[in-house]
Write a new protein. Structure first.
Ligand code: GDP
Length: 444
C-alpha cells in the first residue's frame, strides 16, 4: 500500500532533516520534489497544486526556518496537510436511523460491489451486533443474484430470496418490507453496474434511491483505476448523490492516487477500504493513520492497538513489577520474545514503527527475520530452570549442552546472554521499569 510514494517522500525528507538550517530555496526545492512525487502517484493535479501551495506557505514561514529542527517541522506540516486532504477524522457507516436502516451500494461492474456488500454485512454483524439482510438488485448480470446468495451463505448472512424476473425497483421494495417483517436492523442493497458510466445506469440508481430512500449510499470504486475511480465517484455523486466511498483493491495499490484525491475532489469521505479478497479484508480509513504510513512515520496507532489486543495485561503487569525490582531473568526475556512473535514478529513490528519503513528492506536482506526469535526461544527452553533464573552460572560446558539441545551454536547463546544483560540494565535504569509492550498496552 502506497509503497512507491512512501519511498519517494522518504528520500526527500531524509535530505531535509539531515540539514541543520533550511533556506527558503531549500523548502521550495523540496516542495517541487513532493509535487513530482504526488503527480507520479497519480494524485489529481488540482489536489497536488493546492496541497503543495498550502504546505509551502506554512513552511517558508520564519518560525520553521528558525526552529531547531526545521526539516522535521516541514515533515510535520506535510503530515498535517495530508491528514486534512484525506478528510481529518475517520468516518464510519452511519446507522443512526430507524431500523431497518437501508444501505445502498453503487459502482461500476467489477469494482467489488458484491464482495464489499458481504464484507460490510459481516462487519456490522460481528462488530455492531446488527441483524443484516442483503439483497442483490442486479438483474443485468446473469447470476449476480446467485453470487450474492453464495457469498451470504459463506458469510453466514441472510439474503433476500430470489424471485425470477422481478425488476430492480421491485426487488428493492421487497427487500425493505422483508427486512421490516423479519426484524432486521440493516438492509443492504447491492445494485447493478456497467463497464462505464451511462445514462440508463444513472437513471436506474436514481429510481432505486427514490423508492428505497437509503440512509447511506456508498460508492464502491477500484483503487487500481486511479483517477478514473475519482471521476466515477464524481459522476455518481453529481447524478445520484452518495454519502461515502469504499475504495477496494487498496492491497494492490502502490501508487495511491485515488485514495489521496478522492476526498478533495468529491468532498465525500472514504469510509472503508478493501484490502483483499477475503471477507474480513475490510479496514477503516483513518486519515491520520494513512498519512503516517505514507510519510513513513509508522503506523504507531496500529501497533499499539495490535499490542493491546494480543497482550495478556495481567502477565505484562507481573513482568513489569519484576523488572522494576531488577529481576529480569531469562524466563522474562522468553516471555517478551513470545509477545513480539504474537504481534507479528520483527517484520510486523518494524513495518509499523516510525522511521523504520525504509530500513526494513535492509534488515530483511541482512536476514534478521523472525526465525531469530524462534531460535532464541529454543535456546532459552533448552536451559534448566536454575540457568534461566541465574544466567551467570552458564559456563562453556553448559553452553555446549544448550547449543546441542536447541540446534544452535555457542556464539548465538553468547549473543542472547549479552542482549539479556543489556536489557536487564536498561530495565533497571528506566524509572518505571515497564517493558516496551506493556507500556504500549497501558497507553491504548
Ligand atoms: P462487482 O462486479 O462490483 O460486484 O465485483 P465483485 O464483488 O464480483 O468483485 C470482483 C473481483 O474483485 C472479485 O474477484 C473479488 O474477489 C475482487 N475484490 C473485491 N474487493 C477486493 C479487494 O479489496 N482486494 C482484492 N485484492 N480483490 C478484491
Amino acid at each position: 500500500m502506497f509503497d512507491t510514494l512512501s519511498e519517494r517522500l522518504g528520500s526527500i525528507f531524509d535530505k531535509l532533516t539531515k540539514r541543520g538550517a533550511l533556506s527558503e530555496s531549500d523548502v521550495n526545492e523540496a516542495m517541487r520534489e513532493v509535487r513530482r512525487a504526488l503527480i507520479e502517484a497519480d494524485v489529481a493535479l488540482d489536489v497536488v497544486r493546492s496541497f503543495t501551495d498550502k504546505v509551502r506557505s506554512r513552511a517558508v514561514g520564519q518560525e520553521v526556518i528558525r526552529s531547531v529542527t526545521p526539516g522535521q517541522m516541514v515533515v510535520k506540516i506535510v503530515n498535517d496537510q495530508m491528514v486534512e486532504m484525506l478528510g481529518s477524522d475517520a468516518e464510519t457507516i452511519d446507522l443512526n436511523a430507524a431500523a431497518p436502516v437501508p444501505i445502498m451500494l453503487v459502482g461500476l461492474q467489477g469494482s467489488g460491489k458484491t464482495t464489499t456488500t458481504a464484507k460490510i454485512a459481516r462487519r456490522l454483524t460481528d462488530r455492531e451486533k446488527r441483524k443484516v439482510l442483503i439483497a442483490s438488485l442486479d438483474t443485468r448480470r446473469p447470476a449476480a443474484q446467485e453470487q450474492l446468495k453464495i457469498l451470504g451463505e459463506q458469510a453466514g448472512i441472510d439474503t433476500l430470496p430470489i424471485v425470477a424476473g422481478q425488476m430492480p425497483v421491485d426487488i428493492g421494495k421487497r427487500a425493505l418490507s422483508a427486512a421490516r417483517l423479519g426484524g432486521y436492523d440493516v438492509v443492504m442493497l447491492d445494485t447493478a453496474g456497467r463497464t462505464h458510466i451511462d445514462e440508463s445506469l444513472m437513471a436506474e440508481m436514481a429510481e432505486i434511491r427514490r423508492t428505497t430512500n437509503p440512509h447511506e449510499i456508498l460508492l464502491v470504486a477500484d483503487a487500481l483505476t486511479g483517477q478514473d475511480a475519482v471521476n466515477v465517484a464524481k459522476s455518481f455523486n453529481d447524478r445520484v448523490g452518495i454519502t461515502g466511498i469504499v475504495l477496494t483493491r487498496v492491497d494492490g495499490d502502490g501508487r495511491g492516487g485515488a485514495a489521496l484525491s478522492m476526498r478533495a475532489v468529491t468532498e465525500k469521505p472514504i469510509k472503508l477500504i478493501g484490502v483483499g479478497e477475503r471477507l474480513d479484508a475490510l479496514e477503516e480509513f483513518d486519515p491520520k493513520r494513512i498519512a503516517g504510513r505514507i510519510l513513513g512515520m509508522g503506523d504507531v496507532v496500529g501497533l499499539v492497538e495490535k499490542a493491546a489486543a494480543n497482550i495478556d495485561a495481567e502477565q505484562a503487569a507481573k513482568a513489569a513489577e519484576r523488572m522494576r525490582k531488577g529481576q529480569f531473568d531469562l524466563d522474562d526475556l522468553a516471555e517478551q520474545l513470545g509477545q513480539m512473535a504474537k504481534i507479528g514478529g520483527m517484520s510486523g513490528v518494524m513495518g509499523m514503527l516510525p522511521g523504520v519503513g525504509k530500513m526494513k528492506k535492509q534488515i530483511d536482506a541482512m536476514g534478521v527475520d523472525d526465525s531469530v526469535f524462534k531460535r532464541q526461544t529454543a535456546i532459552i527452553s533448552s536451559m534448566t530452570k536454575q540457568e534461566r533464573k541465574k544466567p551467570d552460572i552458564l559456563k562453556a560446558s553448559r553452553k555446549r549442552r544448550i547449543a546441542a539441545g536447541s540446534g544452535t551454536r555457542v556464539e548465538e547463546i553468547n549473543k542472547l546472554l549479552k542482549m539479556h544483560r543489556q536489557m536487564a540494565d536498561m530495565m533497571k535504569q528506566m524509572g518505571k521499569g515497564k517493558g516496551m509492550f506493556s507500556r504500549m498496552a497501558g497507553m491504548a
